[in-house]
Ligand binder design. Structure first.
Ligand code: GLA
Length: 342
């Protein structure tokens, strides 16, 4: 097998990588400057922690668009743990990449990822989940683009409050189920933002219950909420928030399992990309709405920022935040169309 074919095959086979532009990749261009000087196309990586989640697939789709518009090669890698992440970085470097965007599977890998990127002379942008240093603080020296998480959480809390009022639910019979994942700072800020907005609107703090998820996916949320529902049989109507759509979807599935009707549940997610099938169902479920984040900013813009940094040495801002808007069954089709998602 020729080396130029062999390397992409090895990466794909060992890491479950989806490669674009394999035929054009230069297998031995380990020195980025040399590659650039020789006119070889710039190659960039985009590593995500949960490649099965529609949010990350959409980030990739927009990053692919940036690659097509600006003329660089993009290597997309799903890395679900630390070992896969570090070997993905090694493989990117060996394959001649000059930088990568990453949503790390564990924010505590931040120092190791930054060290490996520096050793390989790869430019680095963290997206979605901000690196945490060995001192437990966010790594402010690593370029980052993520949600303005507290503000997005407040959008969710306000949407929950407005719909509770529209349904005339007595507060005495209502509870808040906050599906939490507090080990991840952006997740903690989102649920805290939602809780803050609800208490500011007058919702009693002692009727807000946390359901900590062990894994940040639908089963993790469902399991956590199953426990909470058993503990609170007195609650007749549930308001649900969480770090993302998957958290709220899991919680809604749990309420269905316990016999709650859709009319007694208001779930508001975050992402707006992982709930399209849910909002498209012929009858409404307890999943009422979501904060649609800008996958285009997170996918297209991070890739573009990285490309311009590599190509023109134009350093991106250290910290960029995005917000988004609430979508529900009545407007989601139009909004997704306007944003180029559907
Ligand atoms: C985290 C979550 C994703 C998505 C992004 C948005 O990574 O796990 O589902 O919400 O943040 O930045």
């Amino acid at each position: 097998m020729k080396p130029s074919l062999f390397r992409p095959f090895v990466i794909a086979a060992t890491l479950g990588v989806f490669l674009t532009g394999c035929a054009k990749s230069s297998p031995d261009a380990a020195a980025p400057a040399a590659a650039a000087a020789s006119g070889t196309k710039i190659k960039l990586g985009f590593i995500v922690k949960q490649p099965e989640e529609p949010w990350f697939q959409l980030e990739w789709k927009f990053a692919d668009q940036a690659a097509a518009d600006l003329g660089f090669d993009l290597v997309k890698i799903g890395a679900t743990d630390g070992e896969k992440t570090l070997s993905a970085i090694n493989n990117l470097a060996a394959g001649g990449a000059q930088g990568f965007v990453i949503c790390t599977p564990d924010v505590k890998l931040g120092p190791a990822i930054a060290k490996s990127a520096a050793e390989h002379n790869l430019k680095l942008i963290a997206v979605d989940d901000r690196f945490v240093g060995s001192d437990g603080q966010p790594m402010a020296n690593v370029h980052y683009l993520g949600l303005s998480a507290r503000k997005v959480g407040a959008n969710v809390g306000n949407a929950l409050n407005a719909e509770m009022k529209a349904r005339n639910w007595p507060v005495a019979e209502t509870g808040v189920c906050a599906v939490t994942f507090e080990e991840l700072d952006t997740a903690k800020e989102r649920t805290e933002g939602a809780i803050e907005a609800l208490t500011t609107a007058g919702f009693p703090a002692d009727k807000i219950f946390k359901a900590p998820q062990k894994t940040s996916d639908i089963p993790g949320a469902r399991d956590a909420v199953n426990i909470l529902l058993v503990q609170h049989p007195e609650v007749k109507h549930w308001l649900i928030c969480g770090m993302n759509d998957s958290a709220v979807l899991g919680a809604v599935r749990s309420t269905e399992g316990r016999g709650f009707a859709a009319t007694d549940v208001i779930g508001v997610g975050i992402n707006g990309t992982d709930c399209i099938d849910e909002l498209s169902k012929s009858s409404p479920t307890g999943f009422f709405a979501s904060n649609l984040n800008s996958a285009k900013d997170h996918g297209y813009n991070t890739a573009k920022m990285l490309f311009e940094w590599v190509k023109d040495n134009k350093e991106p801002p250290l910290d960029t935040r995005t917000t988004g808007m609430i979508i529900n069954r009545s407007n989601f089709m139009q909004v997704l169309k306007d944003q180029g998602i559907r």
